[in-house]
Ligand binder design. Structure first.
Ligand code: ZN
Length: 131
């Protein structure tokens, strides 16, 4: 299993980690199989979407902000309930196929680490499976 560290710079941010995942997969020497990209945080997430147009991640963040208001009747005393809700909506992991040693991603697809309670130093884990 590989670990990557991600330094986030804003309260809410989507960071393209495709290159880091690709590097980790190459180091594991798997030609055909799949990898799971997983984050162990409860106020962050992993997703796949377009990064060719930077307005796509901006729009995703903006839609999540509207769907999960900053001020509502949240009970969690830490005060970061919106970040927990967004984390569950987006999800903690993605599975990506590997063919001929490369990630199978569409032309416009990137793997994003989603920060919802930053800035912080975060971790994501990449487990590569042969098959
Ligand atoms: Zn919390």
């Amino acid at each position: 299993m590989k670990e990557i560290n991600i330094h986030t710079h804003s309260p809410v941010e989507m960071i393209d980690i495709t290159a880091a995942v690709s590097k980790a997969v190459k180091e594991e020497n798997v030609r055909d199989g799949y990898c799971i990209v997983f984050t162990t945080h409860t106020t962050a997430a992993v997703t796949i979407n377009e990064n060719a147009d930077p307005d796509v991640p901006r729009d995703i963040i903006s839609a999540l902000e509207k769907a999960v208001p900053q001020n509502a009747s949240y009970r969690h005393s830490e005060g970061n309930s919106p970040a927990h809700v967004k984390s569950s909506l987006v999800g903690a992991s993605e599975t990506v196929l590997i063919e001929n040693g490369r990630l199978v991603l569409g032309t416009w697809q990137s793997i994003f680490f989603c920060e919802f309670d930053g800035p912080r130093t975060r971790k994501a884990f990449i487990k590569t499976i042969n098959g």
